[in-house]
Design a protein around this ligand. Structure first.
Ligand code: PA5
Length: 446
């Protein structure tokens, strides 16, 4: 049986297998546009055949450096923002669990993510945590000029040079950036840092299976061979656009059908805390790819059952503008059996002998049916379990579905013109040279 199975039987009458089939011609066209590289943004299709055609030499080097980091670092600082950190964080948490940094007995460094905000107190806490520990750093920025990671790296570089001296600091800092351009590239060349490349034809949000994601993922002790093998499997599985068999494209169509019926918010719902950051990665992927030209679903994510106690009311009875895509993980690597308690004060003895996974699975289906009764269409992606091979398939499934979905929607899924606007205002207000006119105009409005 497949590791990923798409299921729209809980579509609340708004989406169904038959109506998905009506989109066959449009999907075949979108598939051809992607595979032949004839659509808007086609300069950024490097991710499409990446699982088959990745640079084997660089991959071997990634594993080598990751081994060195695993063997020598107590703390591994990963500095990046957006597509330059979300994928790595998502995969590490899916495979190692959200508490991976605190689990005793592991032989991998603690991984801390930095440069994904502009908070002084966050950086101050990181500096306290790393003091006296053996630290390695991976700074990741495709453009090499993004403010958040640049500031964080400036502070960490100073720390590393003070604590290790110039030469040893340079050995412990690894840079992932453009092969030719950018401030980070220039700095890496000057300081002699080891470097990995973000390929020109792969945008940030599609870069998790390049060195951007692979180095942190491997340093955290995950098997990147299996991750790539899973992605290659997904490439093969979804290479035929026939909607009778292509679950990835069926998902892309289903969400467009629902959008056309004014369901304008898609919630990615998980029932495993390990999937929290996957929701963050997915939000960036779909939000940046589709939210443009006044179009696109608004991507949201909830962690269940946690958020049923906060967002559950709205999802059940609020405005009927949302649908859910539920990621249903069918098996758990680790589990706990609920024991009988002779006193049974909490009245939970009816669960004695059951596993938490069993209870979670009933909570999942009970909630799906309740939300259906509330009028929410639910799409489901059944996932056999969370291991590298399956996670590789999931990444590719959502990347490919996003590209096809964007073309079905009529947008360029591979640019992000809107991301620049806040940066220009921030630079202007901070007094960066070259932004004087904008600064004057903004200050008049404040
Ligand atoms: O998807 C994108 O392109 C963005 O979200 C970037 O990943 C993010 O802005 C970070 O950019 P960079 O890697 O250039 O620092």
């Amino acid at each position: 049986m497949s590791d990923l199975r798409f299921d729209c039987t809980k579509g609340a009458g708004k989406v169904c297998d038959n109506c998905i089939m009506d989109w066959q011609q449009r999907v075949t066209d979108a598939h051809n546009i992607i595979t032949q590289g004839t659509g808007a943004g086609s300069d950024y299709l490097g991710w499409l055949r990446l699982p088959l055609e990745y640079d084997r030499d660089e991959f071997a080097r990634i594993k080598q450096v990751a081994d060195e980091i695993r063997n020598n670092a107590e703390i591994f600082l990963v500095i990046g923002i957006g597509g330059s950190y979300l994928g790595a964080r998502a995969v590490i948490e899916m495979l190692k669990g959200p508490l991976f940094n605190m689990v005793p007995g592991k032989n991998t460094p603690q991984v801390l993510f930095l440069g994904c905000n502009i908070s002084g107190s966050y950086v101050r806490d990181c500096l306290k945590i790393i003091e006296g520990k053996s630290v390695y750093v991976n700074v990741i920025s495709k453009s090499g000029t993004t403010t958040e990671p640049a500031i964080a790296f400036r502070i960490i570089k100073e720390y590393m040079e003070e604590h290790y001296g110039q030469a040893e600091a340079s050995r412990r800092i690894v840079v992932t950036t453009d092969a030719h351009r950018g401030a980070l590239k220039t700095m890496a060349d000057k300081c002699g840092y080891r470097q990995f490349v973000v390929p020109d034809d792969i945008g940030g949000r599609y870069s998790v299976l390049t060195a951007v994601g692979l180095l942190p993922i491997a340093a955290a002790g995950c098997d990147i061979d299996q991750l790539m093998a899973g992605a290659a499997k997904a490439y093969e599985l979804y290479s035929n656009p026939d909607l009778k068999t292509n679950d990835c494209y069926r998902y892309a169509v289903a969400r467009n059908i629902l959008l056309a019926k004014d369901y304008s918010i898609e919630i990615l719902t998980n029932y495993e805390p390990a999937l929290h950051s996957f929701g963050e990665w997915w939000k960036q992927l779909y939000g940046e790819s589709e939210g443009k030209d006044g179009r696109g679903l608004f991507p949201a994510a909830v962690d269940c059952t946690t958020d049923l106690h906060s967002m559950g009311q709205y999802i059940q009875e609020g405005r009927r503008i949302l649908f859910e895509t539920v990621i249903n993980v069918e098996t758990s690597q680790e589990d706990v059996i609920i024991n009988e308690d002779l006193q049974n004060f909490d009245g939970m003895n009816f669960l004695a002998g059951r596993t938490m996974q069993y209870v979670n699975s009933k909570a999942t289906m009970g909630t799906v049916l309740a939300h259906n009764d509330g009028g929410n269409p639910i799409l489901m992606l059944h996932v056999s379990g969370l291991n590298e091979y399956v996670v590789g398939q999931m990444i590719y499934f959502f990347e490919l579905a996003c590209g096809v979905s964007g073309y079905l929607l009529g947008v360029n899924p591979f640019n992000q013109p809107g991301v620049e606007e806040y940066k220009k205002n921030m630079f202007a207000l901070l007094g960066k040279p070259g932004y004087e006119d904008r600064r004057q105009e903004l200050e008049a409005r404040l």
